[in-house]
Design a protein around this ligand. Sequence first.
Ligand code: ATP
Length: 320
Amino acid sequence: MPDSVLPAIRVAHAHKRYGAHAVVQDVSFALAPGETLVLLGPSGCGKTTLLKLLNRLVEPDAGTIEVNGQDVRRQPPAVLRRGMGYVIQQVGLLPHYTVAENIAVVPRLLGHSPDSIIDRTTALLNRLHLPPERYANQYPHQLSGGQQQRVGLARALAADPPIVLLDEPFGALDPITRASIRREFRELEELRRKTVVLVTHDVTEAFELADRILLLNAGQVQQLGTPRELLLQPANDFVRQFFAAERLALQLRTLTLVDVAPFLPESQPAESAQTTIQEVLEHLTLAGQPRAARPYSFDLAQLMAAFGQALQREETAWKR
Ligand SMILES: Nc1ncnc2c1ncn2[C@@H]1O[C@H](COP(=O)(O)OP(=O)(O)OP(=O)(O)O)[C@@H](O)[C@H]1O
């Protein structure tokens, strides 16, 4: 982040302990406006506690937390939280309120006009694929888990806060629904403009959504960096081990044609440079696809050989 940009969130040397248990230990990071940071790590490593330090649901024992350049201790919690959408793991919809009423809670508190609240609710429901004519007047128990998660997200976005905190927002869903909601989430224009801090223990989710990942273990930062940096330049054995089980799948999604191009027989069209190896693989292995429709001049074996060489190069460069 350039020095001239005021961080949306800055955490400096935050500590939190419960009794003898140090849950957050000397954590520091700064987030640029519009950035998505994923807090990743094993169960109990302090992700939720760290997230709650940001909106003062938990107070640190030491360290400073600034939001938009202001120390959060100088901001009344209620005011601070209005500027930060918050989605909790259990969704937490009010059972006796309709979907529309749940979404309208914060805009009402802020005194927005009834017309603007209806407009905003309708727009959000449409954007989240919950047609308002069908869902606005339903109650939470009439919705599936995935629909409830989307209403939770709509509620967090309703007052258009510049910062959104999400604690395992897709936690309660089966893997297929989870992957499809994640896709919708990534494509939400609304979220692209916002500063997002998202807690997960799911490595694939972290790689799909993060600009940067903060990997924690036992309350301590193991590494802060882009998904690519954590995967290809692990700071220590914990980081390496944490991604070991899914290493190949992550490498296929992280490396692009740019990375493997030097090891391929012919130069590739520039427009496909950012295509991931995973996407190329899917393309090359599509059964029944006529050869002419394939834009690549190499075959599967050549691609995999180039992929192996590109990984080797990354590894050698990192060890140097
Ligand atoms: N209010 C509390 N009082 C005492 N201990 C707490 C409190 N809140 C959290 N802890 C402890 O702090 C540690 C970190 O908890 P936290 O919920 O931040 O972890 P997490 O990484 O989010 O875990 P998970 O992925 O399982 O949700 C845990 O050992 C937990 O038991």
